[in-house]
Structure formats: C-alpha cells, structure tokens
Write a protein that binds this ligand. Structure first.
Ligand SMILES: Cc1cc2nc3c(=O)[nH]c(=O)nc-3n(C[C@H](O)[C@H](O)[C@H](O)COP(=O)(O)OP(=O)(O)OC[C@H]3O[C@@H](n4cnc5c(N)ncnc54)[C@H](O)[C@@H]3O)c2cc1C
Length: 591
C-alpha cells in the first residue's frame, strides 16, 4: 500500500490519482444510504418546510427522531454502540443528501450527528459511550455543542465558564453563559466547555435536566430561521466527574478536533446545498422566457450555471478526497478499534488543513451559487414565494460558524508553519529548494494526446512551486512577524485552497478517465487546471509585492511569471459545454 501523505503534504509533490478517494468509489451500501436519505427527506421533511420555517414547536426534534428510527443518525456510530459504523465518507454523504430538506433541517441534523455526537464518540469514556451513544444513534437523545460565549467567539479558549470541584469530590459545579447554541431548544445532551479552577479548559457532557441549567429564548436569525439557536446559562450545575470528555485541561483537543471534522461536514452540506440550488435554477432558466427564448439559452446565464457546476465539482472532489485520507489514516497500519480515541482524533487532526479548506471553499462556493441563483430568478429571486430568497439567507451562516472563514484561512498557514517547525512536514526544505531553482529555466510542458490532462497535472505541480515561492518570500521578509501580516497569510491561504481544489478535480477526473473528448468532466478539469496559473499569478504577485522590493521583487516576480505561464484555453467554449451538460441533467451534471 502507498504511503499516506501527511496533512498539507499535497503541496510538496504529486499524488497518484489511483490513491485518491472519489464519489465514484462509493459502495452499494453507501449508495443505498444516499437513496434512503433522499427518500426520507423528500417525503418526510420537505413537505414540512413552511412549518419548519415557522418554527412549529416540536417539529424539528420529531423529524430528527424519525431520521433516527431509520438509522440515519447512527451512520458513523460504531455497531457496538447501536450505529451502522459506516465511517466518515458515509456521514458526509448523509449530510450532502440531507441538504434537500433546506438549511434549517440540514443544520439541525448536522449539529446532532456532528458536533452534538462526536465529542462523546471520540473522547467519551467507555461508560459514557455506552450510556449515550445508543440513544444518540436512535434519536432518543439529541445532542448539541456549547462552546461560544459572549466574550469568547473566535477566541474560543477565552471562555469564562467555570468548573469547580464540589465538596463531595464527585461533581464539578459549572457556572457561566453560552450563546448561539444550535439545537439547544430541544437537545437532551450538551457538550459544555468550561475552565476547571478558572485555568484548565475542559469538555463536559451535561444533561438538560441538570439543576441550574436554563435554556434561553430562541434567537431571531437572518437565515436557517427554523433551526433552534439559544443561549444556555449554567448556575452551579452539578456534573459528575465521570462526565469529563478526554482529560481535565485537554478540552482544546476536544474542541478543535471536533471542529476539524465539523468543517469537513460543513463542506459536504454546502455541496448538497449547491446541488439543490442547481436543481432549482437550471429548470427555472429553461422555462423562463425573455426576448422570445428561454433565458437558459443566453451565454451569460449559461456562464453562471457552469460556474456553479465547476465549483461544486471541485468541492465534491476535495471533500471526499479528504474523507478518504482520514479514513485511510484510521485504517493504517491496521484498522483502529472503535474506542481508540487517540487514533481517531490523531487521524482527524492530521488533515486539519484539508478540513479548513473544505469549509472555506465550500461556504464561499455556496455563497457564490445562491447569489447567482437570485440573479437567475431576477425580480422573482427577491420574492419569498420563490426558493432563491431563502437559499440566499440560509447560506450565509456557513462563513461564520465552525470558525469564521478568516480564522480558517489563518489556521491553514498557522498549521503548516507549526508542522514545519516540528519536522512533521518537510516544508522548509521545499522552500529552500524552490528558492534555488528561481533562476533556472523551466522545461517546456509535456503534452501528448495519449495522456489526458497531462498539461493540467504539470500546471498543478508548477502551481505548488508558485505557492512555495511566495510563502518563502513572505517568510524571508517577515520572519517571526509573519503572523501579524494577516492579509499576506490570507492571500497564501487562497493560493493553497486554489491548488487543492484544482488538483482534486484533475486527480478525480484522471482516475475515472472520461470516455470521450466531449465529456464535460474533461472540460471541468481543463478549466480548473488551465485557470489555476492565472489565479495564482494574481494572488502571488500581491504576496510578493507586499514582501519584497527592488531587484529582489523583480527576480521573484519573474520566477512567479515563469511558473504560472500558460496558453489560455477557450474558456467560453468549455464553460458552454458544462452548461449544456447541466441543462441536459436539469441540475448538477457530474453526479
Ligand atoms: C446561527 C448560529 C449558530 C451557531 N451555533 C453554535 C453552536 O452550536 N455552538 C457554539 O459553540 N457556537 C455556535 N455559534 C457561534 C459561532 O461559532 C461564532 O459566532 C463564531 O465562531 C464567531 O464568533 P463571534 O460571533 O464571537 O465573532 P467574533 O469572534 O467576534 O468575530 C467577529 C469578526 O472578527 C473576525 N476575527 C476575530 N478574530 C480575528 C482574528 N484573530 N483575526 C482576524 N479576524 C478576526 C472574525 O472572523 C469575524 O469576521 C453559532 C453562531 C450562529 C450565528
């Protein structure tokens, strides 16, 4: 078996397409899961959409429990605890498909199966797992996650909720205020973060009935209005010492690892949501006529549909590629036991960079899609009777929760830098190597008809060199002060995101080698590969200009130009081909 790349390792060299997990690799069991979820959501959830949005009391928890009765809440929970033990990629497929039920349902389900359940699965003691996981799998108990506080949002470790050992020595007493807790209106179990003795950040499982726990009123929100979001106050709430998740003082491991996987799940939810957008926008564009013809026949509308499809294809490719990496790590060298916390959390932590990319890329791809959906609907896009307005509002939250996109962009660079300095990733060597090759001429791109996407593969590899060149220039210019250059870090993060997206598309398309030249997946891979250099040239030149001056800057810019030189393809024709496929499929064309 091939060696697994370390997290962030995709930047340092090529990946064999055959080692990448893609949606085409789903098993029959996984396809059945998607079909069951789809059937449930279309028949049991969607008909209630207006009632969900009207916050009908009891409706969302009832729907979640129905999903539990079908086995949908236990997809990732090991069989030993009453779940299906189907793994992470299946959990992502569940959420992708559940997006059909609208943002409010998706967020409620995602919260329960994700940050509401996983802390106990990954960090609970055997007794806690035995007590709670079977009930979380069936929906008998619903979960939520209470980290944010009025003064501790992005700076999550600044929580002020306290945990003090009670005189009986068997309980902690928790006091503080949590805000914006999804599912709090009906959840039975709360993962609460507090500081033991005001110092040791720790995660606890708290039951709703615990004396002193009060759930506030429902917030009135911009979008996902049917979902439950409340403040929770804790006033000397007694929590058994056995309800600590992981260890006292190790709450950051729980918080950040759960957020890592939450970010990947958020990417899957965004993917499903873009597919829903396309399922509405494409038929609408086909039936809406102006100037005597369907608006779908206009190039500018086709461009919008092609863009949605292109971004969704990249998101799909990178989300499942990342899930494949995490699952492979869990299975290496031998499958991890279901209660091997350390292996579970280390496997997820390893791919924190890729999870952050899924979150940022997914939420921004969805925002771009809903924005264009409103535009395709024209004035009707602004009217509540049509689906675009709600989709537009529901999408916006994704750039805020699970760590804002600003925090996630910073995290990508911070994680790379920490791994490099701890020798977990040979990044500094790679930076030096690229620096040495600055002046050497580049060999011409190899292009043979027998090897599809050969040029695109080379452009991706050159793109990685461009990222390293710019990162090296920034490190050289700012040294230990680089953390204060947030704009530069965000530009570098965008370069890294663009490379991972383009590479994931090219690898997936190569693995499945489309049959004919006309295959729209080939058009998508060409566009991602051939447009990558332009993106990187634009972002990279801003990094270099902020980092160097004079001759040094000129030398670096020349090297960047060399690495990002490309003969443009006919992007208009390629996008039209993708739009034609979307029109034929009446939605997302690559499913
Ligand atoms: C509908 C909804 C549901 C939620 N559900 C949950 C939940 O279930 N559980 C839970 O614990 N939390 C939940 N949250 C909270 C959410 O995770 C936080 O709102 C989010 O982490 C941002 O924190 P904040 O709102 O305090 O914003 P702030 O941290 O105040 O950020 C404000 C702005 O400043 C930026 N910023 C902050 N720090 C930096 C920095 N170092 N550098 C650059 N920019 C920075 C941010 O990116 C943002 O743009 C939910 C929020 C909402 C709105």
């Amino acid at each position: 078996m091939a060696t697994l790349p370390p997290g962030g390792g995709f930047l340092l060299g090529p990946t064999d397409p055959q080692h990448v997990f893609t949606p085409e690799d789903f098993t029959e069991e996984q396809r059945l899961l998607a079909a069951t979820t789809r059937h449930f959501v279309l028949n049991e959830v969607l008909p209630h959409l207006p009632a969900i949005e009207a916050k009908t009391p009891g409706l969302l928890p009832r729907l979640l429990k129905q999903a539990g009765a079908l086995g949908l809440l236990g997809v990732e929970i090991p069989t030993a605890y009453g779940g299906a033990g189907m793994g992470l990629a299946s959990g992502l497929l569940l959420l992708e498909t559940a997006a059909l039920g609208g943002g409010s349902f998706l967020v409620s389900l995602g919260d329960h199966v994700g940050i509401g359940t996983l802390p106990i699965l990954y960090f609970g003691s055997p007794a806690l797992r035995q007590t709670y996981l079977p009930a979380l799998a069936t929906g008998d108990k619903l979960g939520c996650y209470a980290l944010t506080e009025p003064q501790a949002g992005s700076d999550a470790l600044a929580v002020q909720t306290t945990a003090t050992l009670a005189p009986d020595g068997r309980h902690y007493l928790l006091s503080g205020t949590k805000i914006f807790v999804t599912n709090a209106g009906f959840a039975d179990l709360f993962t609460v973060f507090a500081k033991v003795d005001r110092a040791h950040f720790t995660a606890f499982v708290v039951e709703r009935q615990a004396p002193g726990l009060t759930v506030g009123k429902e917030e009135h929100k911009l979008g996902i209005v049917g979902s439950s979001t409340c403040a929770v106050t804790l006033d000397h709430v007694p929590v058994p010492v056995t309800h600590v998740l992981g260890e006292v003082g190790q709450g950051h491991r729980v918080a950040f690892n759960i957020l890592n996987v939450g970010r990947l799940k958020l990417g899957a939810g965004c993917l499903g949501s873009i597919k829903v957008v396309m399922a509405h926008a494409v038929p609408y564009a086909q039936q809406r006529r102006q100037f005597g013809r369907p608006i779908a026949s206009f190039g500018l509308i086709q461009h919008k549909l092609a863009e949605m499809a292109l971004r969704a294809y990249a998101l799909e490719s990178l989300v499942y590629r990342t899930a494949g990496l995490i699952e492979a790590r869990l299975a290496t060298p031998a499958p991890a036991a279901p209660d091997d916390h350390a292996r579970l959390s280390a496997s997820i932590e390893e791919y924190a960079i890729e999870c952050a990319i899924a979150k940022v890329f997914g939420s921004e791809a969805l925002d771009a899609a809903v924005d264009e959906m409103v535009q395709i609907y024209g004035g009707y896009g602004y009217m509540e009777e049509f689906p675009a307005a709600r989709a537009y509002r529901d999408a916006r939250i994704n750039r805020i929760f699970e760590g804002t996109n600003e925090i996630n962009r910073l995290l990508i660079l911070d994680t790379l830098q920490r791994r490099a300095s701890r020798n977990r990733l040979p990044l500094f060597d790679a930076l030096q190597r690229v620096g040495k090759t600055l002046l050497a001429p580049l060999p011409p791109l190899q292009d043979s008809e027998a090897a599809p996407l050969q040029v695109e593969q080379q452009l991706v590899e050159r793109g990685k060199q461009a990222v390293l060149l710019c990162a090296g220039a920034a490190v050289q210019a700012f040294g230990t002060e680089l953390a204060e250059q947030q704009e530069v870090l965000a530009l570098l993060a965008d370069m890294i995101i663009a490379v991972y997206a383009a590479e994931s598309v090219v690898l997936r398309t190569l693995k499945r080698c489309p049959s004919g030249e006309d295959d729209p997946r080939l058009a998508a891979a060409r566009l991602w590969g051939r447009e990558l250099p332009q993106r990187l040239a634009h972002l990279g030149s801003a990094v270099l200009a902020a980092s160097a001056q004079g001759d040094t800057l000129q030398t670096q810019l020349a090297a960047l130009q060399k690495l990002t030189r490309v003969t443009p393809v006919n992007s208009v024709a390629l996008r039209r081909r993708i739009a034609a496929a979307a029109l034929a499929a009446q939605g997302y064309p690559f499913g």
